[in-house]
Design a protein around this ligand. Structure first.
Ligand code: CMC
Length: 389
């Protein structure tokens, strides 16, 4: 009974009151807790930004050092969880591995899963931040058939993660500051984006008072799809297809405009940005810098730039206000760093984790939160009687 409005895709419905992230999609503005993303990307680190998102203010030097130290202390995975990876095939997509392993991770901490005890909520926060990168690196190593390394807590958050991915048992690992800086910046740019599909998923699951691990495992599943985080992997395969088919960029754009089945300009368009995505601007700057610092020449970057130029000058894209989004240039950088395309969305997940945690905590701390329970417009049959047979 009663009147309900259909809002297909939640284009007009706010489901949360939030103080975390502000976006003005028409002007291309993004701020975390009031600070412009450009200033954060220039000056901050992944962990400092995580603190800002989760606790609302910038940390003091002592607070940040304490946060970092607590996270380092929690990087080890339970040995039984290491063996969890043995049960999965080498061919498993690392995003499926990631969401399953985060769900499984929660089973190790059932005694400290309270959603109302602030100390336990804090412990869940620290454990997730410390262990997700380790799980992610093991998903990568698993796909390569290489031995898992133990975390090296003498290294920074980002260097530890890079070592877990690119180090081997056979040789000492050398930190590469170009890689560290580039990855840190990309992770920061992904840390939050208000009520996107995965964050909304985390909030919806969390509104049932499910614990943080289960809520974030669901968020990772939502991120996997090619219309959301999976777009970064899809962009790279689109660029590679354009190159390998020899069809040329103009021809590809024609196919997009003709709405050929399954042909979309991946990494373009956004529900909220009707202007250049401010993150895409920063990523594009990094792409040139990182590739030249690493001494990598990649035709795919040239194809991406040509594609962007043609699309931006075309009426189809102008009329629909379609601009490059954050996923358009990230894949080219991740590839230059040595990550396989199937890891790209996993990197997005590590980036987005602080945002998911901040939103889960904001929702959980708000006494007015109600279980999320959308309405529907029922279009099925009216009552009918079971047939006499
Ligand atoms: N290529 C070609 N046409 C497009 C694209 C695109 N990438 N994106 C939107 N359009 C067209 C769409 O066909 C529609 O045209 P028409 O009015 O003629 O039917 C119009 O633009 C409006 O699009 P929409 O699908 O109604 O927009 P939406 O807000 O529902 O979808 C989107 C947003 C991001 C899902 C969509 O733009 C898209 O599929 N982009 C490609 C995938 C992608 O890059 N996703 C990453 C999003 S950003 C960060 C993240 O979440 O990871």
């Amino acid at each position: 009974t009663g009147f309900t409005t259909l809002d297909n895709g939640f284009v007009n419905t706010s489901t949360a009151r939030s103080k975390i992230t502000y976006i003005d999609g028409d002007q291309g503005i993004l701020r975390y807790r009031g600070y412009p993303i450009e200033q954060i990307a220039e000056n901050s680190t992944y962990l400092e930004t995580a603190w800002l998102l989760i606790y609302g203010e910038l940390p003091t030097a002592d607070e940040l050092a304490g946060f970092d130290a607590r996270i380092r202390r929690h990087t080890l995975l339970h040995e039984d969880l290491r063996r969890f990876f043995d049960a999965l095939p080498h061919s498993a997509h690392p995003m499926s591995v990631l969401s399953s392993a985060v769900g499984a991770l929660g089973t190790f901490y059932e005694g400290s899963m309270s959603t109302s005890d602030p100390e336990q909520v804090e412990l869940q926060t620290i454990r997730l931040l410390a262990k997700l990168p380790v799980i992610a690196a093991y998903a990568h190593k698993k796909s390569l058939g290489q031995a898992f390394l133990y975390p090296d807590n003498s290294l920074s958050f980002v260097d530890n993660f890079l070592k877990l991915n690119f180090g081997t048992m056979a040789e000492p690992y050398e930190v590469n500051p170009v890689l560290s800086k580039a990855l840190e910046r990309l992770l920061i740019l992904h840390e939050d984006h208000e009520q996107n599909a995965s964050t909304s998923t985390v909030r919806l699951v969390g509104s049932t008072q499910a614990n943080m691990f289960s809520s974030i495992s669901a968020g990772i599943s939502a991120l996997y799809g090619p219309l959301h985080g999976g777009a970064n992997e899809a962009v790279l395969s689109m660029l590679a297809d354009i190159k390998n088919s020899g069809q040329g960029v103009e021809r590809f754009v024609e196919r997009v405009k003709n709405k050929e089945e399954g042909v979309k300009l991946m990494g373009f368009g956004h529900r909220v940005y009707k202007n250049y995505d401010p993150r895409a601007k920063l990523v594009k700057e990094s792409a040139n810098e990182v590739l030249s610092a690493l001494g990598v020449k990649d035709d795919l970057l040239d194809i991406a730039m040509e594609l962007e130029g043609i699309a931006l000058a075309d009426d189809y894209f102008a009329e629909r206000k379609l601009y490059p989004n954050v996923d358009f240039y990230t894949g080219v950088i991740y590839k230059a760093m040595g990550f396989p395309p199937r890891m790209f969305t996993v990197l997005f997940a590590i980036g987005r984790l602080p945002g998911w945690i901040a939103h889960w905590r904001e929702m959980n701390a708000d006494a007015t939160t109600k279980i999320g329970r959308p309405q529907q417009l029922y279009l099925g049959s009216t009552q009918r009687d079971w047939p006499q047979r």
